[in-house]
Design a protein around this ligand. Structure first.
Ligand code: SAH
Ligand code: SF4
Ligand code: F3S
Length: 553
């Protein structure tokens, strides 16, 4: 019954891994605590994608290290991408770390924790060998002989998922399911192919079954995860395990995406997988997927998006840059023109589709002209949002060896801020086009009002309805609109009075963030995990303002 504290950094893959680790350790009798001070085992599930992400983990490791130096008995484990990237070097530099476990080896984590606990509690504490402290894939995951074995173990980990409250996101009723592991793309800046290994596709039957069980446990929303989900492709009849189950399989070459599967062939494409889940698990009211890759995204997937009402009309499809020269140096495999064509094709098939992405600024040799190309892309295309990152050179990538990180940090920062401002205008435009429409909103969280020093809500502006729970937003919005001399639509972000109320926050099918005002905390909380049809009254760069919440009385 050892108490465990687990903190997760990085992307949704890591969140899902943490959930699986939690399930696995809970089954073995460990119990999870929310405060590292109460834990006998402290685990950090780490990310390596940018240096900043690693810094965070190192500072946490430092804090636990100090406690250990002061005499506390703690097992400190570093798991995830940073463990894999840094490898045993990390143990040398941070002797307070007891164990390392890479993302492809998580099925071996319980053994490592057990080893560490037993040594620490032994009378004559012995020193564990490196093998007893580490589970890293190293280059092994790229060697096909052992790949199948490693993946079968991981498949077992995914399959052993506990279908409980945690799995389906608690009150949020939102779960994640992995369809592909690893990545075969080798963008020159990116550490993921090194930390997560080769692209492996899970058998469609396993995926559909996992979705079904999550839906049975109460999930309304399922997000399918992969680094490049549209490259999902499973060839049936290729590999079976001893007991006749389907096995995970290595991704095919890119040529496979240039043509449709021959008639009668036993291939499950990404489009077919989506349709299967949509049709076979209708209890899932929202089926989403991230991340899409701007190349090899067929019309078959767009047709499924158009035709299947429960598949979210949302594409997270990072452009990374608007400059052809930089895209080439990044090895992204598409040009700006091809990216623009893709977005136009997506909008033609699915007019309501919402497009989001990621962009890197300050890639080596990026000039003002290159950056201007990125700015104009963000002005031209209707991106609902973009995550913008400053280029961070990562050990083990092609870019760090091939190019000097020659864009000064001050320039990166300036470009980052410039692009954020442009994106904000684009978001404002995209959002404004939705005002007046009625949408289904899936509520997931609650935002507390801003509080005064004495802890009571600061209720500036006219917030009506102290009895029975309805707040008249239109009046507020109108009041603000009349103050806005530019004549633009009421700016949701400027509605001061609104931010002083309880709000229920949710998302449309296209992932547009929405806010509804609630009269009190209970009314806002009650919305979590519900889908409501609501009208959009106002908009700003960050979110859409909804009409009044249905009263809970
Ligand atoms: N598979 C996804 C992205 C995974 S990493 C895709 O290809 O779109 C998430 C994001 O982190 C990337 O889209 C990229 O914008 C950013 N990123 C990755 N490596 C980076 C680096 N070295 N420096 C800055 N940003 C980086
Ligand atoms: Fe990294 Fe590129 Fe793979 Fe995305 S597609 S994970 S950016 S290598
Ligand atoms: Fe980070 Fe690994 Fe995800 S490097 S972004 S946690 S795949």
């Amino acid at each position: 019954m050892h108490p465990v504290f687990l903190e997760t950094f990085g992307c949704q893959m890591n969140e899902l891994d943490s959930e699986l680790v939690r399930g696995q350790l809970t089954t073995l009798g460990y119990r999870f605590v929310n405060d590292p001070a109460d834990a006998r085992v402290v685990l950090f599930n780490t990310c390596s994608v940018r240096e900043q992400a690693e810094q965070k983990a190192y500072s946490r490791i430092g804090i636990v290290g100090k406690r250990k130096a002061a005499g506390e008995t703690i097992v400190l484990g570093v798991i995830g991408c940073m463990a894999e990237r840094d490898g045993v070097d990390l143990l040398r530099r941070h002797p307070q770390v007891d164990l390392l476990c890479g993302p492809a080896e998580l099925d071996r984590l319980p053994q490592l924790i057990d080893n560490a606990l037993r040594t620490q509690s032994a009378e004559n504490a012995m020193v564990l060998s490196q093998e007893e402290r580490t589970a890293l894939a190293g280059n092994r995951s790229r060697r096909s002989s052992t790949l199948a074995a490693a993946e079968d173990n991981l498949e077992t980990l995914d399959l052993s998922r506990a279908f409980d409250e945690q799995a389906m996101g608690g009150a949020r009723r939102s779960a994640q399911v992995r369809i592909t592991r690893g990545c075969n793309k080798f963008c020159t800046y990116c550490v993921v192919p090194a930390t997560r290994g080769a692209e492996i596709h899970r058998p469609p039957d396993h995926i559909v079954e996992e979705c079904r069980r999550l839906a049975d446990a109460g999930a309304l929303e399922v997000t399918l995860l992969g680094q490049t989900v549209n490259h999902y492709r499973y060839e049936h009849g290729l590999a079976l395990t001893v007991d006749g189950r389907q096995a995970a399989q290595v991704g095919p070459g890119l040529r496979a995406f240039r043509q449709s599967p021959p008639v009668g062939s036993r291939v499950t494409t990404f489009a077919q997988l989506l349709r299967r889940i949509h049709d076979e698990v209708p209890q899932i009211l929202r089926l989403r997927f991230v991340t899409s890759y701007p190349r090899d995204f067929g019309d078959d997937v767009l047709a499924v998006l158009r035709d299947c009402p429960r598949i979210c009309k949302y594409l997270h499809i990072p452009a990374q840059s608007g400059s052809d020269r930089i895209l080439k140096l990044m090895n992204r495999g598409y040009s700006r023109g091809e990216y623009v064509d893709f977005v136009q094709r997506a909008l033609a098939w699915v007019p309501d589709v919402c497009i989001a992405g990621d962009i890197i600024v300050g890639f080596p040799t990026e000039t003002d002209e290159d950056f201007e190309q990125t700015c104009s892309l963000v002005r031209e295309l209707p991106f609902k949002n973009n995550f913008i990152f400053k280029y961070s050179p990562r050990p083990g990538t092609v870019a760090i060896d091939r190019f000097t990180d020659d864009v000064p940090d001050a320039v990166k920062r300036l470009r980052n801020n410039t692009l954020l401002a442009i994106q904000s205008e684009t978001s404002r435009r995209v959002h404004a086009a939705w005002v007046g429409r009625t949408v289904d909103v899936f509520f997931s969280e609650v935002r507390a009002p801003r509080l005064r020093g004495d802890g009571t809500p600061e209720m500036r502006g006219k917030v009506a309805g102290s009895h029975g729970g309805v707040i008249e937003l239109p009046q507020l919005a109108a009041a603000h609109a009349s103050n806005d001399r530019t004549g633009r639509s009421p700016r949701a972000d400027g509605l001061d009075a609104v931010s002083t109320c309880w709000q229920a926050i949710g998302r449309t099918s296209g992932d547009l963030i929405c806010s509804a005002i609630a009269n009190d905390e209970a009314s806002a909380k009650e919305m979590a995990g519900k889908i409501e049809r609501m009208s959009i009254l106002a908009s700003g760069p960050l979110l859409l303002r909804l009409g009044t919440l249905p009263s809970r009385f």
